[in-house]
Design a protein around this ligand. Structure first.
Ligand code: FBP
Length: 550
């Protein structure tokens, strides 16, 4: 494989490990834990893995002997920078403990375990992927591991390969499923430990125990670089308004972090829209107000950041989507819409919706109405992520400004351009933060395995400090569970962390946004730096720094 000069130099980077994971390691165990809510129900559902203590790895005075062990690993869900370093961290620690240990990667996500598709991960493979972005070493997938038949099928191949521990690298759902799998194998006495690892660029898998999910740092820095470049362009040409949608299926952490890094003129935070019960028109009025105000100062340009999940947080649209999902699943709808044109389906839908939802649908541009009525995912749900919110908003702002012009309240020029940044950042070469964090997570996972733990997630804390002072350990996944309604039934799940409006990152943004809207206060973060002064190369996100009061 041909490699770029940066790839070659980066391959030689040695990720920094916390003191507690360098050399001989011993375990400090805390007291028994409780789940964050619904303790009785969760305890009943997880009799074998409930109440375990938090663990921390600390330097040991004497080296330990480790028996060889076979371990498997799975990458689950969307790509996030640093995944390969988690795998490298597990590999290096396993082999350091005992070179006879073997390591297997299940291919293309959890489906690889169920379908018995795997590869043995050897030193040659590992060396090709150190400090690289992407999940291409073994691939990823979105198969959900939730059925006993899948657990049993997985157990067959685990037994065949004599695998005694499995690491699942994924988001909140995948780690919830890791917990269920750990309990299932423990209840059965299968002799297979299951360890989770917190991944997702969305940044929504975090809580008291997990400071951040890996990949968030690099993805945000990558988007912030490009937003900064666009802002420089906007400030140079002074003729375009850039509407930039940013990935993040549900929570707005990415948009908020990019706003903190780049100081755009407008950034929408979905969680605030929901909390204030705002409509799409309210958002449009706000943006149009900023555009008009800047135009009155001669600034017919600007930037607007829009979180990918926005639409589902607008209460009226949330209601509309819910009714659409139910309505279009009925046999009557299936029969009435089959073979019909987009316009005909929209008309049929309008005739059958509640009046308020029909009015919401009619307030949207024709293209979006069609998208909502026609595009369904394999479960029959509206594919909200396909809606080009950046275009929808700019079109509505354009209409509003036209009306304002007619009323004499706006005299500027409005030329919008559109961008969507998502896939551009998910496989970027991990920043030093993510490279170190992921490698430490991998080494922690290997230590959890060596210490006989199951149903734990690897964690690394104190990451705003230099890496040597980071604190590695494990948290019992049951500690992070609560009961939530999913697909009509109450299920134990890890609580998704949305942007907190009382949190320091949002407050910092809210205290500055009026100034950023009125004036041009752009910051240009520039590209991620891998080599150079520590203050340029090793910083964490603004979100983490503010959350930790640093
Ligand atoms: P995970 O939650 O699995 O980490 O994925 C996050 C994400 O990148 C979202 O930001 C985005 O909405 C989604 O995946 C895109 O999914 P897909 O990769 O299937 O297009």
């Amino acid at each position: 494989m041909e490699k770029s000069a940066l790839q070659q130099a980066r391959a030689a980077y040695q990720p920094k490990l916390p003191q507690g994971l360098r050399g001989a390691v011993s375990v400090k165990e805390g007291t028994p834990t409780e789940s964050v809510a619904d303790q009785a129900e969760i305890k009943a559902l997880f009799p074998n893995t409930y109440g375990l203590p938090l663990v921390e790895f600390v330097p040991a005075t004497e080296a330990k002997e480790y028996a060889p062990i076979n371990v498997g690993v799975i990458l689950s869900g969307g790509q996030a920078p640093g995944g390969h370093n988690v795998i490298c961290g597990i590999f290096d620690e396993l082999k350091r403990q005992n070179p006879a240990s073997r390591f297997y990667g299940f291919l293309m996500g959890p489906g690889g375990l169920v379908d018995h598709k795997y590869v043995e991960i050897t030193a040659d493979i590992i060396d090709e992927y150190r400090n690289t972005g992407g999940f291409d070493m073994i691939g990823s997938g979105r198969t959900k591991l939730e059925e006993a038949s899948q657990f049993e099928s997985g157990l067959e191949i685990l037994r065949e390969l004599n695998i005694k521990a499995l690491v699942i690298i994924g988001g909140d759902d995948s780690n919830t499923n890791a917990c269920v799998l750990a309990e299932y194998y423990a209840a059965k006495g299968a002799g297979v430990q299951v360890i989770g690892c917190p991944k997702t660029i969305d940044g929504d898998l975090k809580n008291e125990q997990i400071e951040t999910s890996f990949g968030f740092d690099t993805a945000c820095k990558t988007y912030a670089e490009v937003i900064g470049n666009i802002q420089r362009d906007a400030n140079s040409a002074r003729k375009y308004w850039h509407f930039i949608k940013l990935m993040g299926r549900s929570a707005s952490h990415i948009a908020l972090e990019c706003a903190l890094q780049c100081q755009p003129n407008v950034a929408i935070v979905s969680e605030e829209v929901e909390a204030k019960g705002q409509s799409l028109d309210d958002i449009v009025d706000y943006i149009a107000g900023v555009v008009a105000d800047r135009a009155s100062r001669g600034n017919n340009f600007g930037t607007v950041l829009i979180p990918e999940g926005l639409i589902e947080f607008v209460p009226a649209i949330k209601k509309l989507i819910k009714e659409l999902n139910d309505l279009l699943a009925t046999p009557e709808a299936v029969a009435a819409t089959e073979g019909k044109s987009g316009e005909e389906v929209v008309e049929w839908v309008k005739a059958h919706l509640e009046a308020a939802n029909c009015a919401t649908l009619e307030s949207l541009p024709a293209g979006v109405q069609k998208q909502l009525a026609l595009d369904r995912d394999p479960h029959g749900n509206v594919q909200v992520s396909l809606i080009e919110t950046e275009k929808l908003l700019s079109e509505m702002v354009g209409r509003k400004l036209k009306a304002m012009k007619a009323a004499g309240t706006y005299t500027g020029k409005f030329a919008p351009l559109h961008h969507f940044f998502g896939y551009e950042g998910r496989c970027a070469a991990p920043s030093n933060y993510d490279a170190d964090y992921c490698y430490a997570l991998g080494a922690s996972a290997a230590q959890l395995i060596a210490n006989g733990k199951t149903g734990y997630m690897a964690i690394v804390k104190n990451t705003t400090a230099p890496a040597a002072e980071w604190v590695a350990g494990g948290v019992p996944i049951t500690m992070m569970l609560n009961m939530e309604r999913r697909s009509g039934a109450m299920k134990p799940v890890i609580k998704k962390a949305l942007v907190r409006l009382d949190g320091a990152p949002f407050k910092a943004f809210a205290s500055m946004r009026e100034k950023w809207a009125r004036e041009t206060c752009y910051v240009y973060p520039g590209p991620i730096q891998y080599f150079g002064p520590s203050e340029v190369c090793d910083t964490c996100t603004a979100t983490l720094r503010l959350e930790q009061g640093k």
